[in-house]
Design a protein around this ligand. Structure first.
Ligand code: SF4
Length: 148
């Protein structure tokens, strides 16, 4: 077992990145998933704002042109192996940011997330349900623990 897998058996660090949505998904994740109500810490999942410390990147929002480079920089700063979860319909397919033709306006929106960085798990919803985020998170833990 590699040293990272050994450390991950004690703690998984999750970083949340907003890429231009309405913040509804971020509120559900920070105020519910990571709060004592849904208590992600019971699975040894802790929040970090430092990409060098992160194992899991959770991305919300459609990835606006302004947010593309910061998202790529954060993704690159997270040490391998890493896991990415796209959370919410904006992150998965543009959500409410699609135009009336059902297209994503490419001059403003450069997502969805899987067009920018590799995505390992997708959590639908507008906003996401805390239990779905937790379920997506728990589903990728074995992959993370066996990854090195
Ligand atoms: S999926 Fe819905 S709640 Fe989440 S950021 Fe987009 S518009 Fe907001």
């Amino acid at each position: 077992m590699g040293i990272k897998s050994f450390a991950r058996k004690r703690a998984i660090h999750l970083m949340l990145v907003y890429t231009g949505g309405c913040n509804g998904c971020d509120i559900e994740i920070v105020n519910s998933v990571l709060s004592p109500r849904f208590d992600a810490e019971q699975y040894k999942v802790f929040l970090t704002w430092n990409p060098r410390e992160a194992d899991v990147l959770v991305v919300t929002g459609p990835v606006t042109a302004l947010n593309r480079k910061p998202l790529e920089a954060i993704y690159e700063a997270i040490p391998d192996p890493k896991i990415v979860i796209a959370a919410g319909s904006c992150a998965l397919m543009g959500g409410v940011y699609k135009n009336i033709h059902g297209d994503i306006p490419s001059e403003e929106i450069e997502g969805p997330v899987d067009q920018i960085i590799p995505v390992d798990a997708k959590v639908p919803g507008c906003a996401v349900r805390p239990q779905d985020v937790l379920s997506g998170l728990v589903s990728i833990l074995p992959k993370l623990l066996d990854s090195d």
